[in-house]
Write a protein that binds this ligand. Structure first.
Ligand code: HGY
Ligand code: MN
Ligand code: MN
Length: 410
C-alpha cells in the first residue's frame, strides 16, 4: 500500500528535530537541513529535478510531456511547531511525492512542481509563511530584516544557510502555474464527528497574531504588601481570562494566549513585565478585527486599574481567504469519483494555501484527524484515509489531464 510508505516517511522524518524526545523543526535549522536532504533524495529518486530556492523552500520539478506546458503545484510545509505531531505539513509533501511516484515515469500534459515550504508555523521569527510568501512575492527588505530571539535576521539566516536573500524574487511562481493543491490533516474534529475520510476546504479563517507586553514594577515577593503591587503577571492573567470569555461568547471566534514570558522570571520576585502572545481567528475579518479591538481595550482598562502599562505589537493580520471555486469543485468531484462523500469545510488552521491563493488558483484536501488532535505528538492519520486521499489525488490529476488534452486539441 502506498499509504504505508507515505506514513512511514512522515514517521522517518521525525528524527530531524532540534529537541531530542520531541519533534521541533524550525526555519533553516540543522535539523531542517537534514530533513530537506532526505526529502530531496526521495524526490530525485522519483525522477524530479530538485533545488532549494532563496527562501529555503525545497522545490522538486517533475517535467510534463511538453517543455512549455504549464505546471501544477503540490506541497505543504516541512517545519513544525515545538512538540509537534508527525503529519502537520510533512504529510502534504509526502502525498505529492507519492502521486509523482505513482505516475511511474508517465509524463502528463503539465509538469508537477512539488514544494516543501521552509517555514509556515512562525516559530523562529514569530512570522509565519516565510516560504510561501516568497512564492507570491510578499517578502521585502523589512520582512527580511525581522530578527529572531538571538538577534539573527531572516536575511542573515538565509545567508548562513548558504542561500542568497538578494535572489528571493527568483522564488516567485510565474503565471505558468495553473493551480496549487495542498493535502493536509484537518487538525480538527469535524471529519471524524461526521465519520468522513476527506474534506475539501472552501475557505481559510483569517488570523491576527500579536504580542502584548504588560509592564508593572518588579518587587520583593516577601516584603511587598499586596495592595502596593503593580504585578504584571496578575494583570495579564486577568486579561487572559477575558480573552477566553470573549471567544466563548462569540460564535465562530477562537482566541488563544499560547506563550507567556515573564521578567525577571523568578519565583520570589513580583514580575515587572510579561510578554503574551495573542492569536485571534474567525471566518469573517470584521468580526476578528472587532474582537482584537475589544481585547486591546480590555487590556488597557485592566492595566490602568492596576497601575500597569500595556503595549501591543501587531505581528500579522492575515485576511480570511476563499479557495478557488473551480479547483475545489474538481477536488470534490475527484473524491466522489472514488466513491466517497467529501465534506466542504472552512479551515480554522492557517496554511500555505492561503498565501498561494493570492496568485494561483488554490484548493486543499483535508484528511481526517483522529481525535481532532494536532500540534501534539499524539497527532495521527488513518492509513485508509491516506489511501483514499492518494486515489482522490490521482483522480484530480486525471481530471486536469483531460482538461489539458481538450485545451491542447483545439
Ligand atoms: O497555526 C496554524 O494555524 C497553522 O498550524 N500554522
Ligand atoms: Mn501547524
Ligand atoms: Mn500545517
Amino acid at each position: 500500500m502506498q499509504a504505508e510508505k507515505v506514513i512511514s516517511r512522515c514517521r522517518y522524518l521525525e528524527q530531524f528535530t532540534e529537541e531530542p524526545g520531541q519533534i521541533k523543526r524550525t526555519f533553516l535549522s540543522p535539523a531542517m537541513r537534514d530533513c530537506m536532504q532526505t526529502v530531496q533524495g526521495w524526490m530525485e529518486a522519483a525522477g524530479m529535478e530538485v533545488l532549494t530556492d532563496a527562501a529555503g523552500n525545497l522545490r522538486g520539478h517533475y517535467a510534463g510531456a511538453h517543455p512549455t506546458s504549464h505546471s501544477v503545484l503540490i506541497g505543504s510545509h516541512l517545519d513544525t511547531v515545538p512538540n509537534s505531531g508527525a503529519f502537520d505539513g510533512v504529510l502534504g509533501v509526502m502525498m505529492g511525492l507519492a502521486l509523482v511516484e505513482s505516475l511511474n515515469g508517465e509524463r502528463l500534459p503539465f509538469s508537477i512542481d512539488l514544494v516543501g515550504f521552509s517555514e509556515e508555523e512562525g516559530v523562529r521569527f514569530h512570522l509565519p509563511f516565510i516560504g510561501s510568501r516568497a512564492l507570491v512575492g510578499r517578502v521585502d527588505a523589512d520582512f527580511l530584516a525581522t530578527k529572531d530571539s538571538d538577534g539573527v535576521s531572516i536575511a542573515q539566516a538565509l545567508t548562513s544557510f548558504g542561500l542568497d536573500p538578494l535572489k528571493i524574487e527568483d522564488c516567485q511562481v510565474g503565471d505558468a502555474v495553473a493551480g496549487f493543491l495542498e493535502f493536509h490533516i484537518e487538525q480538527g474534529i469535524l471529519l471524524e464527528s461526521e465519520d468522513l475520510s476527506l474534506g475539501v476546504v472552501k475557505a481559510i479563517a483569517g488570523q491576527t497574531r500579536a504580542e502584548m507586553t504588560f509592564t508593572g514594577r518588579a518587587r520583593h515577593a516577601g516584603t511587598t504588601p499586596m495592595r502596593l503591587r503593580n504585578d504584571a503577571v496578575a494583570g495579564a492573567a486577568e486579561w487572559v481570562v477575558e480573552v477566553e470569555r470573549l471567544a466563548l461568547d462569540s460564535p465562530g471566534l477562537v482566541a488563544t494566549v499560547g506563550d507567556l514570558r515573564t521578567h525577571p522570571g523568578a519565583g520570589n520576585v513580583v514580575a515587572g513585565q510579561l510578554h503574551a502572545s495573542l492569536d485571534v481567528r474567525h471566518e469573517e475579518d470584521s468580526v476578528r478585527h472587532q474582537a482584537v479591538d475589544t481585547l486591546l481595550a480590555r487590556a488597557a482598562a485592566i492595566a490602568q486599574r492596576r497601575g500597569l502599562t500595556v503595549a501591543s505589537k501587531m505581528l500579522m493580520d492575515q485576511p480570511a481567504v476563499a479557495m478557488d471555486a473551480g479547483l475545489s469543485a474538481l477536488a470534490m468531484e475527484a473524491i466522489r469519483n472514488i466513491g466517497l462523500q467529501p465534506l466542504s469545510m472552512v479551515s480554522g488552521a492557517g496554511h500555505d494555501a492561503m498565501i498561494l491563493a493570492e496568485c494561483v488558483p488554490t484548493t486543499m484536501i483535508f484528511l481526517r484527524s483522529p481525535g481532532g488532535i494536532s500540534h501534539h505528538p499524539d497527532e495521527s492519520v488513518r492509513s485508509q484515509d491516506v489511501e483514499n486521499a492518494l486515489a482522490a489525488g490521482r483522480a484530480f490529476l486525471r481530471h486536469l489531464t483531460q482538461q489539458a488534452n481538450k485545451e491542447q486539441s483545439v
